[in-house]
Design a protein around this ligand. Structure first.
Ligand code: PMP
Length: 290
């Protein structure tokens, strides 16, 4: 038996957590979501995640029928009900059941669910030796088509790039904007370090404003390391001394090879390792306790 799932105001067993086949989240990817983590009974940056969830929902004109405060209470309650100290949470709000047309007005009630589970991370050896990634041919959605800042249920753009990564025998792929700038990976933001300065693409290139990305920038600044949002072509990424990815699930993961080219010394860099240590310390103190 799995963990209990919050579904539309009730806690139900996994087997009974069922939604309609007419749900537009399923039929059209019409909905939004968040991935959140808790560490030792502290939800990391809960306010930021719930704020982003509501911002994504606003962007698709999806009204979540509850205040952000109540939403946070439900998230925390889901963790308590399942007695989980360390967990990964998937929070989903879909347009809800409608008919077979696109019209969102036909969907009267959003579907809300919160799934908790134990976190599955990248295997340890990737943190120790670095990850190899490729550059995907699939371009990241243009912000004027489907803005990557909206964390929507429509992840097909990312999945196509992920399939390219898998075909190439790697775990992740860097996605470029239509005009060829580095945007982000399929589920993570990207950073490079060059001559002691940290650079990451700004979200206007076409990436999600990462909550881990922001935390890492704060940590770097605390260490006195210069950080900058920058538009970068792949050449600048290849020339980095260090490269790493950030995301709620991955935390900070070093990248040592892109498209077969070795980055820096080909091993996880010193600054990357320091930031990962800082980040792990931060997760012990920065969070909503329950
Ligand atoms: N980009 C994409 C496309 C993502 O799905 C995610 C989250 N998995 C991120 C970046 C990283 O964001 P965060 O640090 O807020 O998890």
């Amino acid at each position: 038996m799995g963990y209990k799932i919050y579904l539309n105001g009730e806690f139900v067993e996994k087997e009974n957590a069922k939604i309609s086949v007419f749900d537009h989240g399923l039929l059209y990817g019409d909905g939004v979501f968040e991935g959140i983590r808790s560490y030792s009974r502290r939800v990391f940056r809960l306010d930021a995640h719930v704020w982003r969830l509501y911002k994504s929902a606003d962007s698709i004109r999806l009204n979540i029928p509850m205040t952000q405060e109540d939403f946070k209470k439900n998230i925390v309650e889901t963790l308590k009900v399942n007695n989980l100290d360390d967990a990964y949470l998937r929070v989903v709000v879909s347009r809800g059941p409608g008919d077979l047309g696109l019209d969102p007005r036909k969907c009267k009630e959003p579907t809300i669910f919160i799934i908790t589970d134990k976190i599955t991370l990248y295997p340890k050896h990737f943190y120790e030796n670095g990850l190899e990634i490729i550059i995907a041919k699939t371009k990241r959605n243009h912000p004027l088509s489907l803005n990557p800042q909206i964390k929507s249920l429509n992840y097909l753009n990312n999945i196509l790039a992920k399939i390219e990564a898998i075909d190439a025998g790697t775990e992740e792929a860097l996605m470029l904007s239509i005009d060829g700038h580095a945007a982000e990976c399929t589920g993570d933001n990207i950073f490079i370090i060059k001559d002691g300065e940290i650079k990451t693409p700004s979200d206007d290139v076409g990436s999600l404003e990462g909550i881990t990305q922001k935390a890492v920038i704060e940590l770097a600044e605390k260490r006195g390391i210069k950080t900058r949002f920058k538009k970068m072509f792949p050449k600048e990424i290849f020339e980095g001394d260090e490269c790493f990815l950030t995301g709620t699930a991955a935390e900070i993961i070093p990248v040592t090879r892109i498209d077969g080219k070795v980055i820096g010394k080909g091993v996880p860099g010193e600054i990357t390792k320091k930031l990962l240590a800082d980040f792990r310390e931060l997760t012990k103190i920065d969070g909503t306790s329950y």
